[in-house]
Structure formats: C-alpha cells, structure tokens
Design a protein around this ligand. Structure first.
Ligand SMILES: CC(=O)SCCNC(=O)CCNC(=O)[C@H](O)C(C)(C)COP(=O)(O)OP(=O)(O)OC[C@H]1O[C@@H](n2cnc3c(N)ncnc32)[C@H](O)[C@@H]1OP(=O)(O)O
Length: 226
C-alpha cells in the first residue's frame, strides 16, 4: 500500500509506537512526526522522525497539508486521549481512523474518526463505532450494537447483538456484554466480567454475574464526572 497522505501522531508512548507500525505497514498514511505536550517532551526523535511540542505543531505542520491521529491509551478513563483529540481538532486538523486490513468489518458498519481497530475484530451487520474509540485485538461486536465515543475496548471482549456501550467506558480483557444490554457512560468493566444487566453510569463492575464495586470509576481514576 502506498503511504501518500501525511500524518502526525500525537503521543510518543507504546501505543504511539504501535500506531506508527500499523499506519506505516497497513494504511495509506505516512507518519512524518510525533507530538507531545512540552511538559512530557523527552525524546528528540522516534523511528528517525522528529518529536515536537504539541503546543507548536501548527507552526511546523499546517492543518491544510497534514492529518492527525491521537495515539494515547486509556489513561484517566480515556480523559487524556479525549482532551488531546478535542484540542487537535480545535487546531484545525482532520483526524483519521485506522482499521486493520485483518479486521472483519461488514459493509454497513459505521466507524467514526480517531478510532483505531486492531486485527481480528469482528464488527457485524449495522454495528456503529463512534469517534476516538480504541478496539484492541480480537473483539466480537454483534449485529446492531453501538460503541459510543471515547471508549476503550481491550481484547477478546464479546459485545453481543443490539447492545450499547456508553461514552468513555473501559471494557477489560475477556469481558462479556450480553445481548441488548446498555453499559452506562464512564463504566469500568473488569477483566472476565459477565454483564447481564444494564449498568449505572460511572461504576466499576466485576464478576459473573457482574456486580458493581463500592468505589466509582471517578474515585478510582480521580477524575470528574462530566
Ligand atoms: C490492550 C491491553 O492490554 S489493555 C489492558 C487490559 N487490562 C485489563 O483489562 C485489566 C483490567 N483490570 C482489572 O480488571 C482489575 O482486576 C481491576 C482494575 C478491576 C482491579 O484491580 P486492583 O485494583 O488491582 O484490585 P485487586 O487486585 O487489589 O483486587 C481487589 C478486589 O477485587 C477483586 N477483583 C480484582 N479483579 C477482579 C476481576 N477482574 N474480577 C473479579 N474480581 C476481581 C479481587 O479478588 C479483590 O477482592 P478481595 O478484596 O475480596 O480480595
């Protein structure tokens, strides 16, 4: 695949390195630089490319010529990635998504922007995935399910048909969301949990059947409810 469109990656951590690999070897984009906030700037280069201050990206790379992808993990229940996603858009950049050539995405699936879909995800008939969503490898999303903006779906998660995952959730490895279930926004679903009832916003759920833990996700992550 020819890498013709020029891309800035926001972030220089492990996920940014993975995004660099995937965009380089499995997309039409060519990564030209990494950007991090000044306070966190320690590397000068990464993969032979410049690492520049995020605050100054538009002085170096104009939003007319370059696109962006915010490659930040689930830090602070996705709040950091969401803030940088909004900031890069406010600077005028078009943000792009990556869908692995090895993912199964049915023809009528909708995928938003700044969304990253790894290999072996299965997205069935009429699934909708919002903006700024990370889907690590090997998840199954059943027909007509919706994953709202800013969520992080780890690996080998099963979301059965007609379910809805609220904004900014974290679904731990091997968790199961039964069909027609609504997961409230800002929920943290622990690894291996089996969710068979709708969940309340901002709670942590564990076990089979999943029960809410005493502590909220807001307290666990020391973040504000929005
Ligand atoms: C793509 C990637 O690789 S992204 C990374 C993916 N990683 C994951 O999905 C892991 C997500 N993490 C989890 O699910 C963790 O188990 C958490 C966050 C729920 C809990 O972790 P900790 O805060 O370290 O809790 P800790 O291990 O101290 O356990 C606290 C209690 O919860 C229980 N508990 C912890 N995890 C779970 C779980 N997954 N299911 C059920 N019970 C659990 C423990 O048994 C313990 O109970 P006790 O107090 O009666 O002994």
């Amino acid at each position: 695949m020819k890498n013709e469109e020029l891309l800035l990656l926001i972030g220089d951590g492990e996920f940014a390195e993975i995004a660099y690999e995937y965009f380089t070897y499995d997309s039409p984009y060519r990564v030209v630089a990494f950007a991090v906030e000044k306070e966190y700037l320690v590397k000068e280069t990464l993969y032979g490319l410049p690492v520049i201050p995020f605050e100054e990206i538009d002085q170096w790379y104009s939003p007319e010529q370059y696109k962006a992808f915010v490659a930040i993990n689930s830090t602070k229940l996705n709040r950091l990635r969401t803030r940088l996603y909004n900031e890069v858009k406010n600077k005028g950049y078009k943000v792009v998504s990556y869908i692995s050539s090895k993912a199964f995405v049915w023809r009528n699936v909708k995928v938003g922007e700044n969304t990253f879909i790894f290999e072996n995800n299965v997205l069935q008939h009429h699934v909708e995935v919002g903006n700024n969503v990370i889907m690590w490898s090997g998840n199954h999303v059943g027909h007509r399910s919706i994953i709202k903006d800013n969520s992080f779906i780890t690996s080998h998660v099963v979301i059965a048909g007609r379910s809805e995952i609220g904004e900014s959730c974290f679904l731990g490895i091997n968790s199961t969301i039964n069909d027609m279930i609504k997961v409230g926004k800002d929920c943290f679903i622990s690894s291996g949990a089996v969710v068979n009832k709708n969940t309340k916003e901002g709670y942590i759920y564990s076990g089979n059947p999943a029960k809410s833990m005493a502590i909220t996700s807001y307290r666990y992550y020391e973040i504000e409810a929005e």
